[in-house]
Design a protein around this ligand. Structure first.
Ligand code: NAI
Length: 363
Protein backbone atom coordinates (compact mmCIF):
# COMPACT_ATOMS: atom_id res chain seq x y z
CA UNK A 1 0.00 0.00 0.00
CA UNK A 2 1.39 3.41 -0.97
CA UNK A 3 2.12 5.46 2.13
CA UNK A 4 1.71 9.24 1.99
CA UNK A 5 3.26 11.17 4.87
CA UNK A 6 2.03 14.74 5.26
CA UNK A 7 3.65 17.35 7.54
CA UNK A 8 1.52 20.44 8.21
CA UNK A 9 0.95 22.96 10.98
CA UNK A 10 -1.74 22.22 13.52
CA UNK A 11 -4.96 24.22 13.17
CA UNK A 12 -6.64 23.41 16.51
CA UNK A 13 -9.85 25.36 17.06
CA UNK A 14 -9.05 27.57 14.06
CA UNK A 15 -9.37 24.60 11.71
CA UNK A 16 -12.80 23.87 13.24
CA UNK A 17 -13.86 27.49 12.83
CA UNK A 18 -12.52 27.75 9.29
CA UNK A 19 -12.79 24.63 7.10
CA UNK A 20 -10.95 26.49 4.33
CA UNK A 21 -7.74 26.18 6.38
CA UNK A 22 -6.67 23.30 4.17
CA UNK A 23 -2.99 23.53 5.11
CA UNK A 24 -3.62 22.23 8.65
CA UNK A 25 -3.24 18.74 10.10
CA UNK A 26 -7.01 18.69 10.68
CA UNK A 27 -7.95 19.44 7.07
CA UNK A 28 -4.94 17.67 5.51
CA UNK A 29 -4.94 19.59 2.21
CA UNK A 30 -8.26 17.91 1.39
CA UNK A 31 -6.31 14.66 0.85
CA UNK A 32 -8.46 12.35 2.99
CA UNK A 33 -11.21 11.62 0.44
CA UNK A 34 -8.58 11.19 -2.33
CA UNK A 35 -6.52 8.73 -0.26
CA UNK A 36 -9.61 6.79 0.85
CA UNK A 37 -10.86 6.50 -2.72
CA UNK A 38 -7.52 5.21 -4.00
CA UNK A 39 -6.58 3.06 -1.02
CA UNK A 40 -3.54 5.08 0.07
CA UNK A 41 -2.21 4.97 3.62
CA UNK A 42 -2.30 8.59 4.81
CA UNK A 43 -0.35 9.78 7.86
CA UNK A 44 -0.67 13.46 8.82
CA UNK A 45 1.37 15.15 11.55
CA UNK A 46 2.74 18.48 12.80
CA UNK A 47 5.37 16.72 14.94
CA UNK A 48 8.55 17.23 12.94
CA UNK A 49 11.56 18.05 15.13
CA UNK A 50 14.11 15.52 16.36
CA UNK A 51 14.79 11.80 15.98
CA UNK A 52 11.73 10.82 17.99
CA UNK A 53 9.28 12.94 16.05
CA UNK A 54 6.44 11.34 14.10
CA UNK A 55 8.07 12.74 10.95
CA UNK A 56 11.39 10.96 11.65
CA UNK A 57 9.63 7.70 12.47
CA UNK A 58 7.11 7.67 9.64
CA UNK A 59 9.53 8.77 6.90
CA UNK A 60 11.28 5.38 7.16
CA UNK A 61 8.70 3.60 5.00
CA UNK A 62 6.84 6.51 3.36
CA UNK A 63 6.56 6.48 -0.45
CA UNK A 64 5.50 10.12 -0.71
CA UNK A 65 6.19 13.13 1.51
CA UNK A 66 4.00 16.23 1.27
CA UNK A 67 4.85 19.31 3.30
CA UNK A 68 4.46 23.07 3.12
CA UNK A 69 7.14 25.76 3.47
CA UNK A 70 5.10 27.26 6.32
CA UNK A 71 5.74 24.33 8.69
CA UNK A 72 8.31 22.34 6.75
CA UNK A 73 9.31 18.78 7.41
CA UNK A 74 13.04 19.29 6.82
CA UNK A 75 14.15 16.52 4.46
CA UNK A 76 17.85 16.64 5.27
CA UNK A 77 20.45 14.28 3.77
CA UNK A 78 20.20 12.25 6.98
CA UNK A 79 16.41 11.97 6.65
CA UNK A 80 16.76 10.97 3.00
CA UNK A 81 19.05 8.12 4.04
CA UNK A 82 16.39 6.89 6.48
CA UNK A 83 13.64 7.18 3.89
CA UNK A 84 14.21 3.88 2.11
CA UNK A 85 10.96 3.92 0.09
CA UNK A 86 10.67 7.62 -0.66
CA UNK A 87 10.09 8.38 -4.34
CA UNK A 88 8.26 11.70 -4.36
CA UNK A 89 8.51 14.85 -2.21
CA UNK A 90 5.81 17.42 -2.88
CA UNK A 91 5.98 20.99 -1.63
CA UNK A 92 2.44 22.27 -1.23
CA UNK A 93 3.42 25.83 -2.08
CA UNK A 94 6.57 27.36 -3.61
CA UNK A 95 10.18 26.98 -2.41
CA UNK A 96 11.71 23.54 -1.80
CA UNK A 97 14.81 24.62 0.12
CA UNK A 98 13.67 22.53 3.12
CA UNK A 99 14.77 19.54 1.04
CA UNK A 100 18.41 18.59 0.49
CA UNK A 101 18.18 18.54 -3.30
CA UNK A 102 21.56 16.88 -3.80
CA UNK A 103 20.48 14.01 -1.53
CA UNK A 104 17.15 13.81 -3.38
CA UNK A 105 19.05 13.53 -6.66
CA UNK A 106 21.37 10.87 -5.31
CA UNK A 107 18.39 8.78 -4.22
CA UNK A 108 16.36 9.54 -7.36
CA UNK A 109 13.56 11.17 -5.39
CA UNK A 110 11.38 13.46 -7.51
CA UNK A 111 10.85 16.89 -5.93
CA UNK A 112 7.94 18.97 -7.21
CA UNK A 113 6.20 22.12 -6.01
CA UNK A 114 3.00 23.94 -6.93
CA UNK A 115 4.55 26.72 -8.99
CA UNK A 116 2.60 29.95 -9.11
CA UNK A 117 0.11 28.83 -6.44
CA UNK A 118 0.73 31.74 -4.09
CA UNK A 119 2.73 34.29 -6.08
CA UNK A 120 0.00 36.94 -6.04
CA UNK A 121 -0.59 36.34 -2.33
CA UNK A 122 3.10 37.07 -1.63
CA UNK A 123 3.33 40.04 -4.02
CA UNK A 124 0.38 41.69 -2.25
CA UNK A 125 2.07 41.11 1.11
CA UNK A 126 5.29 42.66 -0.18
CA UNK A 127 3.54 45.84 -1.29
CA UNK A 128 1.67 46.02 2.01
CA UNK A 129 4.89 45.59 4.01
CA UNK A 130 6.75 48.21 1.98
CA UNK A 131 3.98 50.69 2.75
CA UNK A 132 3.81 49.68 6.41
CA UNK A 133 7.55 50.37 6.77
CA UNK A 134 7.84 53.50 4.65
CA UNK A 135 4.84 55.11 6.36
CA UNK A 136 6.00 54.02 9.84
CA UNK A 137 2.66 52.33 10.44
CA UNK A 138 3.47 49.83 13.19
CA UNK A 139 4.50 52.29 15.93
CA UNK A 140 1.63 54.59 14.85
CA UNK A 141 -0.86 51.79 15.45
CA UNK A 142 0.78 50.67 18.69
CA UNK A 143 0.60 54.25 19.99
CA UNK A 144 -3.16 54.30 19.45
CA UNK A 145 -3.71 50.91 21.08
CA UNK A 146 -1.72 52.02 24.14
CA UNK A 147 -3.89 55.15 24.56
CA UNK A 148 -1.37 57.67 23.18
CA UNK A 149 -1.60 60.51 20.64
CA UNK A 150 1.69 62.04 19.55
CA UNK A 151 1.70 62.80 15.84
CA UNK A 152 5.27 64.13 15.76
CA UNK A 153 6.73 60.92 17.18
CA UNK A 154 5.31 59.02 14.20
CA UNK A 155 5.55 61.60 11.44
CA UNK A 156 9.27 62.14 12.01
CA UNK A 157 9.94 58.77 10.34
CA UNK A 158 7.02 58.58 7.88
CA UNK A 159 7.51 59.05 4.11
CA UNK A 160 5.70 58.63 0.81
CA UNK A 161 6.58 55.72 -1.44
CA UNK A 162 6.23 58.04 -4.40
CA UNK A 163 9.63 59.24 -5.55
CA UNK A 164 11.61 56.41 -3.95
CA UNK A 165 13.88 53.89 -5.69
CA UNK A 166 12.63 50.33 -5.19
CA UNK A 167 14.50 47.23 -6.33
CA UNK A 168 13.72 43.52 -6.36
CA UNK A 169 16.41 40.92 -5.86
CA UNK A 170 14.89 38.23 -8.08
CA UNK A 171 12.43 39.19 -10.80
CA UNK A 172 10.66 35.88 -11.34
CA UNK A 173 6.98 35.21 -10.77
CA UNK A 174 6.74 37.08 -7.46
CA UNK A 175 9.33 39.77 -8.17
CA UNK A 176 7.67 40.68 -11.44
CA UNK A 177 4.23 40.84 -9.81
CA UNK A 178 5.66 43.13 -7.14
CA UNK A 179 6.98 45.44 -9.87
CA UNK A 180 3.57 45.39 -11.60
CA UNK A 181 1.84 46.37 -8.37
CA UNK A 182 4.38 49.11 -7.59
CA UNK A 183 4.04 50.78 -11.00
CA UNK A 184 1.06 53.02 -10.03
CA UNK A 185 2.93 54.40 -7.01
CA UNK A 186 5.11 56.58 -9.25
CA UNK A 187 8.36 55.52 -7.68
CA UNK A 188 11.46 57.39 -8.84
CA UNK A 189 12.77 54.18 -10.36
CA UNK A 190 12.05 50.44 -10.28
CA UNK A 191 15.18 48.27 -10.50
CA UNK A 192 15.84 44.54 -10.56
CA UNK A 193 18.80 42.24 -10.01
CA UNK A 194 18.47 38.73 -11.48
CA UNK A 195 20.55 36.19 -13.42
CA UNK A 196 17.94 36.39 -16.09
CA UNK A 197 16.86 39.47 -18.00
CA UNK A 198 13.12 40.15 -18.09
CA UNK A 199 11.64 39.81 -21.57
CA UNK A 200 11.76 43.27 -23.20
CA UNK A 201 7.97 43.60 -23.20
CA UNK A 202 7.68 42.71 -19.52
CA UNK A 203 10.44 45.18 -18.55
CA UNK A 204 8.69 47.86 -20.58
CA UNK A 205 5.30 47.11 -19.01
CA UNK A 206 6.63 47.76 -15.51
CA UNK A 207 9.30 50.28 -16.51
CA UNK A 208 12.03 48.39 -14.64
CA UNK A 209 15.77 48.65 -15.26
CA UNK A 210 18.15 45.77 -14.68
CA UNK A 211 21.31 46.35 -12.64
CA UNK A 212 23.87 43.57 -13.04
CA UNK A 213 26.24 44.44 -10.23
CA UNK A 214 24.93 43.70 -6.72
CA UNK A 215 26.84 46.52 -5.04
CA UNK A 216 25.63 49.04 -7.58
CA UNK A 217 22.09 47.69 -7.29
CA UNK A 218 21.92 47.82 -3.49
CA UNK A 219 23.58 51.24 -3.36
CA UNK A 220 20.77 52.89 -5.31
CA UNK A 221 17.83 51.59 -3.33
CA UNK A 222 15.50 53.20 -0.85
CA UNK A 223 13.62 49.90 -0.63
CA UNK A 224 14.95 46.38 -1.26
CA UNK A 225 12.45 43.55 -1.77
CA UNK A 226 13.89 40.02 -1.82
CA UNK A 227 12.16 37.55 -4.15
CA UNK A 228 14.78 34.93 -5.04
CA UNK A 229 14.88 31.29 -3.96
CA UNK A 230 17.21 30.13 -1.18
CA UNK A 231 20.15 28.17 -2.58
CA UNK A 232 23.92 28.17 -2.28
CA UNK A 233 24.14 31.41 -4.26
CA UNK A 234 21.67 33.34 -2.09
CA UNK A 235 22.25 31.94 1.42
CA UNK A 236 23.57 34.80 3.56
CA UNK A 237 23.69 37.15 0.56
CA UNK A 238 22.41 40.03 2.69
CA UNK A 239 25.11 40.32 5.33
CA UNK A 240 27.25 42.91 7.11
CA UNK A 241 29.19 43.69 3.94
CA UNK A 242 26.25 43.93 1.53
CA UNK A 243 24.12 45.83 4.08
CA UNK A 244 27.00 48.29 4.10
CA UNK A 245 26.42 48.90 0.36
CA UNK A 246 22.93 50.16 1.17
CA UNK A 247 22.08 53.78 1.86
CA UNK A 248 21.47 54.82 5.46
CA UNK A 249 17.74 54.81 6.07
CA UNK A 250 16.81 52.20 3.44
CA UNK A 251 14.11 49.61 4.13
CA UNK A 252 14.23 45.85 3.44
CA UNK A 253 11.32 43.47 2.84
CA UNK A 254 12.12 39.77 2.72
CA UNK A 255 9.29 37.36 1.95
CA UNK A 256 11.56 34.90 0.12
CA UNK A 257 13.52 32.94 2.75
CA UNK A 258 14.93 34.01 6.11
CA UNK A 259 18.37 32.47 5.52
CA UNK A 260 19.01 34.78 2.54
CA UNK A 261 19.80 37.31 5.27
CA UNK A 262 22.33 36.86 8.07
CA UNK A 263 20.02 37.33 11.05
CA UNK A 264 22.46 39.01 13.44
CA UNK A 265 23.75 41.37 10.75
CA UNK A 266 20.22 42.53 9.90
CA UNK A 267 19.38 42.97 13.61
CA UNK A 268 22.56 45.04 14.08
CA UNK A 269 21.83 47.18 11.00
CA UNK A 270 18.29 47.97 12.19
CA UNK A 271 19.31 48.51 15.83
CA UNK A 272 22.12 50.88 14.80
CA UNK A 273 19.70 52.86 12.61
CA UNK A 274 21.60 52.13 9.38
CA UNK A 275 18.58 50.25 8.03
CA UNK A 276 15.33 52.12 8.77
CA UNK A 277 13.27 48.96 8.90
CA UNK A 278 13.00 45.30 8.00
CA UNK A 279 9.81 43.40 7.32
CA UNK A 280 8.60 40.11 5.94
CA UNK A 281 7.35 36.73 7.03
CA UNK A 282 10.20 34.27 6.57
CA UNK A 283 12.65 33.08 9.23
CA UNK A 284 15.86 31.05 9.04
CA UNK A 285 14.20 28.14 10.85
CA UNK A 286 10.47 27.71 11.32
CA UNK A 287 8.79 27.98 13.76
CA UNK A 288 11.11 30.87 14.66
CA UNK A 289 12.99 30.71 17.96
CA UNK A 290 11.22 32.53 20.83
CA UNK A 291 14.30 34.71 21.38
CA UNK A 292 15.19 35.25 17.71
CA UNK A 293 16.92 38.66 17.44
CA UNK A 294 14.45 39.86 14.77
CA UNK A 295 11.47 39.64 17.13
CA UNK A 296 12.46 42.63 19.23
CA UNK A 297 14.81 44.60 16.99
CA UNK A 298 13.84 48.23 16.72
CA UNK A 299 15.11 51.28 14.91
CA UNK A 300 16.29 53.66 17.66
CA UNK A 301 15.00 56.77 15.87
CA UNK A 302 11.48 55.70 14.88
CA UNK A 303 11.02 53.19 17.73
CA UNK A 304 9.63 50.97 14.97
CA UNK A 305 11.02 49.63 11.73
CA UNK A 306 9.99 46.07 12.44
CA UNK A 307 7.20 44.69 10.24
CA UNK A 308 7.74 40.98 10.77
CA UNK A 309 5.07 38.30 11.02
CA UNK A 310 4.94 34.51 11.05
CA UNK A 311 5.28 32.83 7.67
CA UNK A 312 1.81 33.37 6.23
CA UNK A 313 2.01 35.63 3.17
CA UNK A 314 1.69 32.69 0.81
CA UNK A 315 -0.90 30.83 2.85
CA UNK A 316 -3.99 32.98 2.47
CA UNK A 317 -7.17 30.92 2.20
CA UNK A 318 -7.19 31.57 -1.56
CA UNK A 319 -3.63 30.26 -1.85
CA UNK A 320 -4.37 27.22 0.32
CA UNK A 321 -7.04 26.05 -2.10
CA UNK A 322 -4.62 26.41 -5.02
CA UNK A 323 -1.68 24.62 -3.44
CA UNK A 324 -3.89 21.87 -1.99
CA UNK A 325 -5.38 21.19 -5.44
CA UNK A 326 -1.91 21.39 -6.98
CA UNK A 327 -0.41 18.91 -4.50
CA UNK A 328 -3.18 16.40 -5.23
CA UNK A 329 -2.61 16.87 -8.97
CA UNK A 330 1.12 16.12 -8.58
CA UNK A 331 0.34 13.03 -6.50
CA UNK A 332 -2.27 11.87 -9.00
CA UNK A 333 0.10 12.27 -11.97
CA UNK A 334 2.81 10.34 -10.15
CA UNK A 335 0.43 7.49 -9.24
CA UNK A 336 -0.77 7.25 -12.83
CA UNK A 337 2.68 7.52 -14.43
CA UNK A 338 1.76 10.81 -16.10
CA UNK A 339 4.42 13.48 -16.73
CA UNK A 340 4.49 16.35 -14.24
CA UNK A 341 3.97 19.93 -15.36
CA UNK A 342 7.57 20.95 -16.22
CA UNK A 343 7.22 24.24 -14.30
CA UNK A 344 6.51 22.28 -11.10
CA UNK A 345 9.59 20.06 -11.24
CA UNK A 346 12.64 20.82 -9.11
CA UNK A 347 14.50 17.51 -9.50
CA UNK A 348 13.60 14.28 -11.31
CA UNK A 349 15.55 11.14 -12.23
CA UNK A 350 18.63 12.42 -10.43
CA UNK A 351 18.74 15.69 -12.39
CA UNK A 352 17.95 19.32 -11.60
CA UNK A 353 15.04 20.59 -13.69
CA UNK A 354 14.83 23.98 -15.34
CA UNK A 355 13.07 25.58 -12.36
CA UNK A 356 16.11 24.81 -10.23
CA UNK A 357 18.39 26.77 -12.57
CA UNK A 358 20.97 28.43 -10.35
CA UNK A 359 20.21 26.10 -7.44
CA UNK A 360 22.63 23.38 -8.47
CA UNK A 361 25.28 22.33 -6.02
CA UNK A 362 28.62 23.96 -6.59
CA UNK A 363 30.32 20.92 -5.06
P1 NAI B 1 10.63 32.09 -9.58
O1 NAI B 1 11.42 30.85 -9.81
O2 NAI B 1 9.50 32.41 -10.50
O3 NAI B 1 11.60 33.36 -9.57
C1 NAI B 1 12.81 33.40 -8.85
C2 NAI B 1 13.74 34.37 -9.55
O4 NAI B 1 14.91 34.53 -8.75
C3 NAI B 1 14.19 33.86 -10.93
O5 NAI B 1 14.00 34.87 -11.90
C4 NAI B 1 15.70 33.57 -10.71
O6 NAI B 1 16.48 33.78 -11.88
C5 NAI B 1 16.03 34.57 -9.62
N1 NAI B 1 17.26 34.23 -8.89
C6 NAI B 1 17.69 33.04 -8.46
N2 NAI B 1 18.86 33.17 -7.83
C7 NAI B 1 19.18 34.49 -7.85
C8 NAI B 1 20.28 35.24 -7.38
N3 NAI B 1 21.32 34.67 -6.75
N4 NAI B 1 20.27 36.57 -7.58
C9 NAI B 1 19.27 37.16 -8.25
N5 NAI B 1 18.20 36.50 -8.73
C10 NAI B 1 18.16 35.17 -8.54
O7 NAI B 1 10.14 32.00 -8.07
P2 NAI B 1 8.92 32.76 -7.37
O8 NAI B 1 7.65 32.02 -7.57
O9 NAI B 1 8.99 34.19 -7.76
O10 NAI B 1 9.32 32.60 -5.83
C11 NAI B 1 10.53 33.14 -5.33
C12 NAI B 1 10.76 32.64 -3.91
O11 NAI B 1 9.81 33.22 -3.04
C13 NAI B 1 10.55 31.13 -3.73
O12 NAI B 1 11.69 30.39 -4.10
C14 NAI B 1 10.27 31.03 -2.26
O13 NAI B 1 11.47 30.86 -1.53
C15 NAI B 1 9.65 32.37 -1.91
N6 NAI B 1 8.22 32.24 -1.62
C16 NAI B 1 7.76 32.68 -0.40
C17 NAI B 1 6.44 32.52 -0.05
C18 NAI B 1 5.93 33.03 1.26
O14 NAI B 1 4.85 32.62 1.69
N7 NAI B 1 6.63 33.92 1.94
C19 NAI B 1 5.48 31.86 -0.94
C20 NAI B 1 6.03 31.55 -2.25
C21 NAI B 1 7.36 31.70 -2.53
Amino acid sequence: MTKVLVVLYSGGKHAEEQPKLLGTVENALGLRPYCEKHGLDLVVTDDKEGDNSTFAKEIVDADVLITTPFHPGYLTAEMVKKAKNLKLAITAGVGSDHIDLNAANEHKITVAEVTGSNVVSVAEHVVMTILVLVRNFVPAHEQIVSGGWEVAAIAKAAYDLEGKVVGTLGAGRIGFRVLQRLKPFDCKELLYYDYTELPAEAAKEVGARRVEDLKEFLGQLDVLTINAPLHEGTRGLINKETLGYMKKGAWIVNTARGAICVAEDVADAVSSGHIAGYGGDVWPKQPALKDHPWRKMQNPFSKGGNALVAHYSGTTLDAQQRYADGAIDILDRWRNGKAQEPANLIVENGEFSTKAYGQRSKK
